[in-house]
Design a protein around this ligand. Structure first.
Ligand code: HEC
Length: 147
């Protein structure tokens, strides 16, 4: 009986340790980890030119009434939030003239393009199209020191 108790508490400890590690891993993913591909950003550039540039400017530096989508002020707005938040913001409110017009795929492509212009590195896998998964990638203005 005693042995069983020791064994099961050990199993409990081991599993909670695994859980903790899994949580840590997802929490440490950020825009610095190569979360989109160059190809995807290229496709996103086309979408951006058609759907967003008229207001936000060719170089994403903003227009008469629309704010920039690159640079210090933009990054400060999103620092510490997640790509899921930014994705939802685009999905639900942009393009301003007709929100929700783009497909999830197009939204992800535009977001990839925005990341490339903001100088976050490209990687080997495409950016997700699901908000829940994008919520696991943090928007961090500064590159984390340990990478
Ligand atoms: C008709 C003009 C217009 C178009 C087209 C447009 N936007 Fe916007 N966008 C705005 C305005 C104005 C704001 C600020 C006010 C607001 O949020 O409603 C804004 C805000 C934003 C923000 C928030 C910026 C921040 O710093 O928080 C993002 C992100 C964004 N737009 C992305 C996009 C994307 C991506 C597209 C193309 C799919 C797009 N917009 C198309 C006018 C536009």
């Amino acid at each position: 009986m005693r042995k069983l108790l020791v064994l099961s508490s050990f199993a409990l400890m081991a599993s909670s340790f695994c859980l903790l590690r899994a949580q840590e891993a997802s929490e440490t993913r950020s825009v610095w980890d190569g979360v989109y591909t160059e190809e995807q950003a290229k496709r996103g550039e086309e979408v951006y030119r058609k759907e967003c540039a008229a207001c936000h400017g060719d170089m994403l530096t903003g227009g008469e009434s629309a704010p920039p989508l690159t640079g210090g002020a933009f990054q400060a707005n999103w620092n510490g939030l997640t790509l899921g938040d930014l994705f939802d913001r685009i999905r639900k409110t942009m393009p301003l003239s007709k929100p929700g017009r783009l497909t999830r795929q197009q939204d992800a492509e535009v977001l990839a393009f925005m990341l490339s212009i903001n100088k976050f590195p490209a990687g080997k896998t495409e950016l997700y199209r699901q908000s829940e998964m994008l919520k696991e990638i943090r928007f961090e203005t500064k590159k984390p020191a340990k990478n």
